[in-house]
Design a protein around this ligand. Structure first.
Ligand code: NDP
Length: 311
């Protein structure tokens, strides 16, 4: 029987593990699909307090992991595929066929990249379509690429790709960027990046691999114009959806699928089951807010175990 089972290994999962371990809960962390979480797909973190010169994202996640392990957290390379939260103790089944029972569960499964929903995205996945510039950007050195989206992620991905590619287009559906001023400035200062405002993607074309995108400028307007943009890579950066599907029969979720918690407290409607990080945060979605939520979840788990006489 596991006292505190943590699903997910982003800032929320590892911070929960650190606090739970220091509280003597002997937590077990199951890393999930993306060990280290979404940050491992970015480069440098400049806005996590304590790193005045910034820090490499992978290094920060490795440090968080090491810190949790130092206090006894056990970290397993497993993906949860099924869970039963009908009654305590709760059961979670993993991709290797094993199942574990736990007194408390901390859901820190994060969020995954969204796609536009075009059939061509499936057709060219791994052949020019990607949702991770830092994972796949290397393949586009001195090539032409496009990034879809106008938020901070899109600006970050475009800036990263501009360091490798010959030319980066940003395909932005609105006449402005939604990103923060700092990110907007970074994009504006980069001569390799060209923003295509008020532009939507209709499809992709190419013989086996992406060779271009069918675009439409000012869709639905009198001066609507369709045209083809030759590119080698098509990167999605239009946001994320929470990885909450496994838990929806039991915990409450909002219309976007984010797990609903009790205000600032990470409690769900299932006693002893807590949610922390991007899976439960439609508003902030920052590494620091996820870490804080992980801390709160571990403190609540400890409180729950004490109240139930399980610690
Ligand atoms: P956002 O939700 O902020 O932005 C999504 C972008 O994609 C918007 O420009 C949106 O357009 C566009 N979009 C969404 N759906 C479609 C669609 N179907 N077709 C075309 N365009 C679409 O997501 P991000 O991932 O950029 O950021 C999420 C959060 O993470 C934010 O709070 C952000 O500040 C934060 N973040 C912070 C970073 C940092 O501080 N370094 C780095 C990365 C993210 P529209 O504006 O028209 O809705």
């Amino acid at each position: 029987m596991i006292s505190c089972l943590i699903l997910g290994s982003g800032p929320a999962g590892y911070t929960a593990a650190l606090y739970a371990a220091r509280a003597g809960l002997a937590p077990v962390v199951c890393e999930g699909l993306q060990p280290g979480g979404q940050l491992t797909t970015t480069t440098e973190i400049e806005n996590f307090p304590g790193y005045p010169d910034g820090i490499d994202a992978n290094q920060m996640m490795a440090d968080l992991r090491r810190q949790a392990e130092r206090f006894g957290a056990e970290i397993r390379p497993r993906i949860a595929v099924k869970c039963d939260l009908a009654q305590a103790p709760y059961t979670v089944t993993f991709d290797d066929g094993t199942a574990e029972q736990c007194h408390t569960l901390i859901i820190a499964t994060g969020a995954s990249a969204k796609y536009l929903g075009l059939p061509d995205e499936e057709k060219y996945k791994g052949a020019g379509v990607s949702a991770c510039a830092t994972c796949d950007g290397f393949f586009y050195r001195r090539r032409r690429v496009a990034v879809v989206g106008g938020g901070d992620t899109a600006c970050e991905e475009a800036t990263y790709l501009a360091g490798l590619a010959e030319k980066v287009f940003m395909i932005v559906r609105k006449p402005y960027l939604r990103a923060s001023e700092a990110m907007k400035q970074r994009v504006a200062d980069n001569p390799k990046i060209e923003i295509l405002f008020e532009t939507n993607t209709l499809g992709l074309y190419g013989d086996g691999v992406v060779e271009g995108a069918h675009l439409v400028h000012r869709r639905g307007e009198a001066d609507e114009r369709e045209y083809d943009l030759p590119i080698d890579g098509f990167f999605l950066a239009i946001g994320h959806h929470p990885n909450s599907e496994l838990f929806t029969p039991w915990v409450e979720t909002d219309e976007q699928g984010y797990i609903v918690t009790d205000g600032a407290r990470p409690t769900t409607r299932v006693p002893g089951v807590f949610a922390a990080g991007d899976v439960a945060d439609p508003l902030y979605r920052q590494a620091i807010t996820a870490a804080a939520a992980g801390c709160r979840a571990a403190l609540e788990a400890e409180r729950y175990l004490v109240e139930k006489g399980l610690k």
